[in-house]
Design a protein around this ligand. Sequence first.
Ligand SMILES: [Zn+2]
Length: 179
Amino acid sequence: MRRQRDNATTRSIAVGGLARVEPRVWRGAMPVQFLYTAGAAGERFFQTLKRKGIFTATHCEECRLTYLPPRLYCERCFADLSDTWRDVTPVGRVYTFTIVHVDREGGPLSSPELVAFVRIDGTDGGLVTRLLEIAPEDVRIDMSVEITLAPPRKRRGTLEDILGFRPARSVAKRPFTRR
Ligand SMILES: [Zn+2]
């Protein structure tokens, strides 16, 4: 209770902006365990990717929106979309991109990586992914790209199954065969 009262006091003074409050620190260990799940829609998305090498999306007929990543409810009209699954070929277009020179710890990368937001054809969504097999100076906004997946036996049903997207070679040579 003592601690709660202290925090309340600190907050009210800070809001007033009149008094300078020293930051307070409580040192200690906090054991935290968690399990992150992709959710029902995300799980189906990743299992489809793992098994068939394609994307799956949901569709709201009313709003004419195709959700990728899939949503179980329409974000506009709240319609139930759980029976609206459709297969989507994992090809798309570069919407925007950047060149990454440092890793997550701020250290330099041995070679810069290209990261892009790719809009997926036939949907209203897309994903952030790496661009592969292309030099930074050759990337163009709106260029067609296709997925590069981990080999089937190495897929685990996670985002890491998607190695990235590479320039689309041709419509005839797609990265998977639809069954
Ligand atoms: Zn809707």
